[in-house]
Design a protein around this ligand. Structure first.
Ligand SMILES: C[S@@+](CC[C@H](N)C(=O)[O-])C[C@H]1O[C@@H](n2cnc3c(N)ncnc32)[C@H](O)[C@@H]1O
Length: 393
């Protein structure tokens, strides 16, 4: 936060709010918590495999889904909450593996331990440790294969983020990996949001921008990080009256007054600040007119290897870093159409980045579009048409 509360007061406010959340009855809001988890990438099978009280609808991703955990590995989950990612990780690393969840709220730790008992998970295979992430972690140097975190780093004050990343580097084994799901601000937050304690506790006001995040990781010696924008809709948190992560209530000041609860829709749209643009869809018919030469002059960019006749291939892996060059090349193309295998994935992600960059640079001569249904739908319609489809040899 930009003013008034000390880092220690912020940490306490966060802890109190999540502690209160940990005391909610399991049955209070199961539909909602299931919906939040599903929208952030948890599969029905994953959700069925964990005790339902382990999911409090507080996630912003599914780090285990991306961590490629292997039998026997040691995993550390930072800000483990009621334990959902710890339980999923424990299943992946098996009986010879070890998963430690750390959380600063004793009530969260208690809830997670009760759920662990239900699953018959015991230390050392699964343990929940009460500790602050803004302080040195009670973990041995070089002992962890994979560090996970789900919607937690944004809740730490800047210095706390720094300390945590240094600690993550310390505890990782050589060649270890880190999967952080987090909320990143797409532009500087307004002071009114930054100074709102409830927005801080609700995962928004403590979000930093990509460049700041990259710099913190670099400073901690964590290099070659890959950032993936999942483009999730944060409004899913507000589909319940009783449960939300990124939500606000109570003081909109920086006073340390009553603890903000996690329950009420904020009076701003979080997506506007922390989720990238969602470009418009382009229909097959319109793209076919471009490609077949009967439409307005336009351009299209392939980020997945072609199949739309005349596509330009720009690798998705370097797309974000290449944005200045891409803009230079396409800024005078009215419509830049992105596609990949489906209507969600690399194509739409790159389209969002391109549109964000157009907005940031004030470029109005070009606009990003996503091919409706992705290339699969395109091929289903035009596969045999050599004028519209690049045939593969
Ligand atoms: C948004 S919740 C996410 C919980 C869990 N990762 C999940 O996805 O369900 C954030 C968690 O981080 C914990 N937390 C926040 N700040 C912390 C800190 N400074 N030290 C330790 N834990 C903290 C909270 O107690 C809470 O359980």
């Amino acid at each position: 936060m930009s003013s008034s509360l000390s880092d220690a007061e912020l940490v306490k406010a966060v802890q109190d709010a999540y502690g209160a959340k940990a005391l909610m009855a399991d049955s209070d809001d199961r539909d909602h918590t299931g919906k939040v988890a599903a929208s952030f990438g948890y599969t029905p099978a994953e959700l069925l495999s964990i005790p339902s009280e382990a999911n409090l609808g507080l996630s912003c991703g599914n780090p285990v889904g991306a961590a490629t955990l292997k039998e026997g590995e040691t995993v550390l989950d930072l800000g483990s909450g009621a334990g959902m990612d710890v339980f999923l990780a424990a299943t992946k690393v098996g009986e010879s593996g070890k998963v430690v969840g750390i959380d600063g709220s004793l009530d969260m730790i208690g809830r997670a331990r009760r759920a662990a008992c239900q699953k018959k998970f015991q230390p050392p295979r699964v343990s929940f440790v009460h500790a602050q992430l803004t302080e040195p972690l009670p973990i041995i140097d070089g002992s962890v294969d994979c560090v996970l975190s789900n919607c937690v780093v944004n809740l730490l004050p800047l210095q706390g983020k720094r300390t945590l990343f240094d600690e993550v580097r310390r505890v990782l084994k050589a060649g270890g990996r880190i999967v952080l799901d987090d909320i990143i601000a797409k532009r500087p937050l307004d002071a009114v949001i930054k100074d709102d304690l409830a927005s801080y506790v609700g995962c928004i006001a403590g979000a930093i921008q990509l460049e700041e995040y990259q710099a913190l990781l670099r400073d901690a010696g964590i290099t070659d990080a890959v950032f993936v924008d999942t483009k999730n809709d944060l409004n899913v948190y507000y589909t319940s009256n009783t449960s939300a992560c990124c939500s606000t209530q109570g003081p909109t000041s920086t006073s340390s007054g009553p603890t903000p609860a996690l329950s009420v829709t904020p009076d701003f749209d979080a997506n506007e600040w922390v989720v990238q643009s969602s470009p418009a869809l382009m229909s097959h018919e319109e793209l076919a007119a471009f490609v077949g030469g009967t439409g307005d002059s336009g351009d299209f960019v392939a980020v997945d290897g072609g199949r739309v006749k005349g596509s330009v291939n720009w690798p998705a892996q370097t797309f974000y870093d290449d944005l200045p060059r891409i803009l230079e090349k396409y800024k005078n193309k009215k419509k830049v159409v992105f596609y990949c295998g489906s209507s969600s994935g690399r194509g739409p992600r790159c389209a969002g980045w391109y549109q964000d960059y157009l907005n940031e640079t004030g470029t109005t001569t070009s606009q990003a579009y996503i091919l409706q249904g992705g290339v699969k739908a395109w091929l289903a319609k035009y596969a045999g048409d050599d004028n519209l489809v690049d045939q593969v040899s």
